[in-house]
Each structure stands twice: as structure tokens, then as C-alpha cells.
Design a protein around this ligand. Structure first.
Ligand code: ATP
Ligand code: LTN
Length: 336
């Protein structure tokens, strides 16, 4: 069966971009694939903003709870916390030794996130994509569902896997499976409601343009009603000329399952006020079951902890043999 791996950082509260760009796809992939999903806390500590230990712990459990609430099924899939396995960090070291400085320096996410940090930018942030490659390759993942912004990281994971196999494994018995990125169709990129030219992001300066998965209906309505549009008044899909309206149309499409063009035709002529009202209502309805399930799970923290402990055991059963093989292939002396 096709193996899927994906992860998300506990770097802030989950928002509509995470839900539509990632989680919806994660949930549907469980139908016919063998899925492994991970809260990547080791990645989260690469950002200076995450260095409040108590906040990191809270967000890790909240993100795992969110994944369960949207429908990640711990019976069918493996759900775990990255730092519960030492294999990820250890495999990163092996990969560091087959990765070029130049490959990492040109990663768009590193360029963006390191901007303004000068020489004090952490080596962890620089090495972030190598840890991500370890995440993916340890599980022999065939497919990695991620937003478009992660394309370069998945390509790097492929390159690292290929290089390692080429150097250290027989051609007919590779250590690592080469993964490919899978990009979800609907709402591959949800934009910030206040600035529809940048993606909705956990680390944005202001919360006004972000709809959180756990936002109350009133807040959702307020944020959508004050979304930036334009002065033309027509409703059509054109990301260049009408980024705000197009973003709302895409969100509405994802929430209702109807096509963007069809929705534009329905709402054109009705004015932005009514259109935004319809978007708000659809988003509130879409989030309702997830919010209810989250509340139930949050009432039972022992159950979430049990699911994560079980997930870590099942993850280790896959990752540990892969790491052992990689260590042996590269020439590290077995301990016994
Ligand atoms: P940060 O601001 O810390 O980078 P983020 O909100 O961008 O956080 P990530 O943790 O980087 O979120 O991403 C988790 C997953 O959600 C990834 O698969 C990513 O591609 C997807 N994702 C994040 N933001 C969006 C968005 N606005 N639209 C679609 N997908 C998104
Ligand atoms: N870098 C990713 C999160 C991430 C990931 C992974 C995604 C870490 N490890 C492995 C897929 C597979 C992000 O910021 N979205």
C-alpha cells in the first residue's frame, strides 16, 4: 500500500490554511493509503518565537488534538510527536553528512525565515530541511501531502535519499524510498484576509486576517466581514486583479464542495456584503463538527496522551529498522 507521511509544526494555533491546505487531504488519504502523521516539535524549536517551553508543550498537545478532531484516525493511521523518537534527530546527522551547504542556503523558506536575523540565525533553522528529509525517508514514504510552499523541501528529501542510496546501498536494494510531494487541489494556498497577497500563516503579525480552526462563530463572521476586497464590486475569480475576492471564492468552494466559477456566477451582482455573509456561514458550518470533537477530546487529555504513546511505539517499529540499516550501510560499527 502507498505510504504517506506528513507533519505540522506546533508553532501556533491551526488555521484555515492548515485545515484546507493540509488536514482535509490528510484525512481523505486514510481511505486508501497507509498514513503516518507527525507533530514536528523539533522543527518548531528552530524558530526563536517558540522558545517558551510551556507554550511549546501546550501547542504540541493542542495540535495533536486538532489533528484527531479533524478526523485523523489513530486506528487506521499512525499519529505521533516527533521528539518521542530519537531516530529523527539521529538520521538527520547521517543526512547532514551527505547534504551540501549550498543546497540548504538556497532554500526559499530558509531565506524568508532567516531574513533580518543576521549571523545569529540558528544552525537549526538552516538544517530544518534535513530533519524534514529524515522524517519522510525513515518511513519509506511514497507520498508527502503538503502545501505548494514545501515543494523544495520534498525535492531535497528526494535528492538526499537518492544520493545516500547511490553512495551506500546496492542498486537493487536501496535503503530509502524516494518520495514525491502531493499538492491538494482545493485551496492549495489560503491567503491572509487582511493581505490577500500573502498566505495565511500561524506566524503572521496580526490575527485579524487569520481564521483559526477553533475561532468562535462570531469571530469568524467578524473576520470574514472585514476581509479586504476591492472597490470594483463584481464577483469573479482572478487572483491577479482580485486577490481578496478570489481568496474568499476559493474558501467558499472548499467549504461547500462547489466550483469557484459556479459560485462566482451565483454571487456576482449581489454585492460584497451578502457574499461575505455566505462565506462566513459556510466556514462556520464547516468548522462546527471539528470544534465539537475538539471540545470532547480536550476534556479527556489522558486519552490523547495514550493515543500519542501508542503512535510513537508504532512509528518506532518502522523508523528504527530503517535507521539501523542506514547506519550499517554508511559503515558505523554495530554495538553488538
Ligand atoms: P508558520 O507561519 O509557522 O510557517 P504556517 O501557518 O505556514 O506556519 P506550517 O506549519 O508551515 O504552517 O504548515 C503546515 C501545513 O499547512 C503545510 O502542509 C503547509 O503547506 C500548509 N499550509 C500552511 N499555511 C497554508 C495556507 N495559507 N494555505 C494552504 N496551506 C497552508
Ligand atoms: N516543513 C513542514 C512541516 C514538516 C513536514 C515534515 C511536512 C516537517 N516535517 C515531513 C511533511 C513531511 C511545514 O512547514 N509545513
Amino acid at each position: 500500500m502507498t505510504r504517506v507521511f506528513s507533519g505540522m509544526q506546533p508553532s501556533g494555533d491551526a488555521h484555515l490554511g492548515n485545515l484546507l491546505g493540509a488536514w482535509v487531504n490528510w484525512v481523505s488519504m486514510q481511505e486508501d493509503r497507509d498514513c503516518v502523521y507527525c507533530v514536528v516539535d523539533l522543527h518548531a524549536i528552530t524558530s526563536p518565537a517558540e522558545h517558551d517551553p510551556a507554550t511549546l508543550r501546550d501547542r504540541t498537545i493542542e495540535l495533536a488534538t486538532g489533528m484527531l478532531a479533524v478526523g485523523v484516525d489513530p486506528e487506521r493511521s499512525i499519529l505521533f510527536v516527533q521528539s518521542h523518537l530519537h531516530e529523527h534527530a539521529e538520521c538527520t546527522w547521517l543526512f547532514n553528512c551527505v547534504t551540501g551547504f549550498g543546497e540548504l542556503r538556497k532554500m526559499p523558506q530558509f531565506k524568508e525565515k532567516s531574513a533580518g536575523q543576521g549571523e545569529s540565525v540558528s544552525v537549526g533553522l538552516f538544517d530544518y530541511p534535513v530533519l524534514q528529509a529524515a522524517d519522510i525517508l525513515l518511513y519509506h514514504a511514497d507520498e508527502v501531502p503538503v502545501g505548494e510552499d514545501q515543494r523544495h523541501h520534498i525535492e531535497l528529501a528526494r535528492d538526499i535519499g537518492q544520493r545516500f542510496n547511490h553512495r551506500f546501498a546496492p542498486a537493487d536494494d536501496p535503503v530509502f524510498t524516494l518520495p514525491k510531494a502531493i499538492h491538494p487541489r482545493a485551496a492549495a494556498r489560503v491567503m491572509d484576509l487582511q493581505d490577500p497577497t500573502v498566505k495565511m500563516s500561524k506566524s503572521a503579525a496580526s490575527e485579524k486576517g487569520i481564521i483559526y480552526v477553533l475561532d468562535e462563530p462570531k469571530r469568524i463572521e467578524k473576520k470574514i466581514k472585514s476581509a479586504v476586497t476591492d472597490s470594483a464590486g463584481d464577483i469573479r475569480h482572478d487572483r491577479e486583479a482580485k486577490p481578496g475576492v478570489s481568496n474568499l471564492l476559493e474558501i467558499l468552494s472548499a467549504a461547500t464542495g462547489r466550483g469557484v466559477e459556479e459560485l462566482a456566477a451565483d454571487h456576482d451582482g449581489g454585492g460584497y456584503g451578502a457574499f461575505k455573509g455566505a462565506v462566513a456561514e459556510a466556514v462556520i458550518e464547516m468548522l462546527r463538527p471539528t470544534q465539537a470533537r475538539y471540545a470532547e477530546l480536550a476534556d479527556d487529555p489522558g486519552e490523547v496522551a495514550r493515543i500519542l504513546a501508542d503512535g510513537a511505539d508504532r512509528a518506532r517499529a518502522v523508523a528504527a529498522p530503517t535507521l539501523a540499516r542506514a547506519k550499517d550501510a554508511i559503515g558505523l560499527l554495530p554495538a553488538r
